[in-house]
Design a protein around this ligand. Structure first.
Ligand code: EPU
Length: 331
């Protein structure tokens, strides 16, 4: 499948591919990749320059990507990873941008989104669902309900894609993504594809280290047959609970992982930080672990607020809060 040998990978930040010696490429050098990508990728693939990223995130902050690519198929994705590797251009996969803060300077490199139909498939066989990484989670929940399969109700209000959910083992209402995963299909940074049984994949609270240097392509889930009405009721209850406790304004979901038994939201409330505002970034009045964008927030304002909360939690309670949101790009 791959015509291009990959350069050796190096340790790298999550989501992003390698750049030579960690050096940042000049935007001009990244843009020079555009014609190469257009030549190598199959026609339905999309290649765009200087794509604003804020509209592709739920928080709605951040600058542009030098290049934006939507591969049409797995072979195209392999070509992208190989070309980036050869040209020492960083890359990252963007799902539905729901757990992400893009810095105001944007991303120097290639942002890849698996949004074309071949990555959004859902096929059912008995109690088994095979889903593409680009599938939106609410769609997965709705299709499982239609098929009378329980276990996916908690996905109903998570504004992410399956790939992102696998990457961070997303969860809600006591369930986690990997609870029902039987196997995962993924691509390494040289374009090689493998299918992994769940037993061979270590997962943690809000993390699956396998995807630090691999791209999730698809997953096989095992559902539990149940009456559609019961599934519908569970989804409605989750939805009510979420809307009662979580803000409607743009946000990146929970900003911090829960540090042990004490929920970060409660800790932030106890620190008196709810409502704290820097520019148009505000700690939600409804839930302390959400930073909301009141309209024209910048990434710098959001990051200042994150730092302020972390400092106060450390100084006043001795708690080292860990970001749940991922931060990418440049100031
Ligand atoms: N709480 C407060 N003050 C607040 C917020 C929460 O006292 O401002 C209290 C609540 O009353 C409750 C406890 O803290 O007793 C936990 O709050 P909640 O039920 O809202 O759950 P959470 O631990 O804050 C987790 C996930 C959410 C998920 C919800 C619902 C994490 C970091 N967050 O939130 O996931 O939607 O449970 O199941 O694990 C996300 O990952 O982005 C996310 C939103």
């Amino acid at each position: 499948m791959n015509q291009h040998p990959a350069t050796a990978p190096r340790p790298n930040p999550p989501r992003a591919g390698a750049a030579k010696d960690g050096a940042r490429p000049h935007p001009r050098d990244v843009l020079a990749l555009a014609p190469l990508l257009r030549n190598h990728l199959s026609p339905p693939s999309v290649v765009r320059s200087r794509e604003p990223l804020a509209p592709h995130t739920t928080l709605r902050v951040g600058g542009p990507a030098d290049l934006w690519v939507e591969p049409a198929a797995e072979d195209d994705l392999a070509q992208i990873l190989n070309l980036c590797s050869q040209c020492h251009v960083p890359w990252m996969i963007l799902g539905r941008g729901s757990n992400l803060v893009v810095r105001d300077g944007g991303f120097r490199g290639v942002v890849v989104r698996l949004s074309q139909p071949s990555f959004r498939t859902l096929t059912a066989s008995g109690s088994t669902l095979r889903c593409g990484a680009g599938l939106p989670l609410p769609k997965l929940a709705a299709e499982a309900r239609r098929l009378g399969l329980s276990g996916f109700e908690f996905f109903e209000g998570i504004p992410g894609s399956l790939g992102g959910a696998l990457r961070m083992n997303a969860g809600a209402h006591g369930s986690r993504t990997f609870d029902r995963v039987a196997s995962v299909r993924c691509m390494d940074r040289s374009g090689r594809i493998e299918e992994r049984r769940t037993e061979t994949i270590p997962v943690q609270y809000r993390a699956c280290p396998l995807f630090a240097d691999r791209v999730a392509l698809a997953a096989v889930f095992l559902g539990e047959p149940a009456p559609e009405s019961a599934i519908r009721e569970r989804m409605a209850a989750f939805s009510r609970r979420r809307w009662a406790s979580q803000p409607r304004q743009p946000s990146a979901g929970c900003a911090f992982k829960n540090p042990g038994a004490l929920p970060a939201g409660r800790l932030i409330e106890e620190l008196g930080l709810k409502g704290t505002r820097i520019g148009d970034a505000q700690v939600s009045l409804l839930h302390g672990n959400f930073i909301v964008n009141l309209g024209n927030a910048t990434a710098a304002e959001v990051l200042s607020l994150i730092n302020l909360i972390r400092r106060r939690a450390q100084e006043e309670r001795g708690v080292a809060l860990e970001n749940e949101v991922e931060i990418v790009g440049e100031d």
